[in-house]
Design a binder for this molecule. Sequence first.
Ligand code: 8X3
Length: 254
Amino acid sequence: MSTRTAVVTGASSGIGAATARRLAEAGFHVVLTARRAEKLDALAKELAADGRSVAVYALDVTDRAAVDAFAAGLDAYPPVHVLVNNAGGALGTDPVATADPADWRAMFEVNVLGVLNVTQALLPALSSSGDGTIVVLSSTAGLATYEGGGGYVAAKHGAHVIAETLRLELNGHPVRIIEIAPGMVKTDEFALTRFRGDASRAEAVYAGVAEPLTADDVADTVAWAVTRPAHVNVDLLVLRPRAQASNYKVHREQ
Ligand code: 8X3
């Protein structure tokens, strides 16, 4: 195929980095974006050594001016066909009654406005490619709630609603919207960030779970979804480990 560009946000670690790897392997020119440039550089080096085509752009998706500048510079690349909105995360597990509004604001900023910023900025390029794909990495937290989920669940419901609304609004345009909603995924940073660096609380999330999903399990699904023929739209794909039947029902070995 002729060169197609995929932009991945939050590509410095976890699902974002794994998705960048998978898309690069699938032949995309991949633009890695995240706040931490040094991590992106290391990944880019690794991919380039394998003969993959990559570029790096340090970007905070919550900074609209920076996002607009990034989008303006994309003219230098081959047409942008794919945007993977992966940047996001959770902060805390406090109940609604006592949660810190600053945590809620930060989660809304990255999980909702971050998706909005990058999607709005890249939409003209995706549309003019003639065959654009926008992926929203939401979460099962975007489909159902749980105690202590409060702010994260609210934010991921926001991301889910962006995907649903955009699909309606772009009907008739050459851009499809794919939402991937993972359940329990064990990555280096998700739970650690949520528990503000408390490694034992982070580890307890996965205690006894035989095989939580890996970042690569999710990346494999993203790569599969975006490489379907252009007329095929995977609207919403929920994936969980076999040990997790719902946000509440998780089988743990004793
Ligand atoms: C992560 C899923 O269950 O930790 O997006 O909220 S959960």
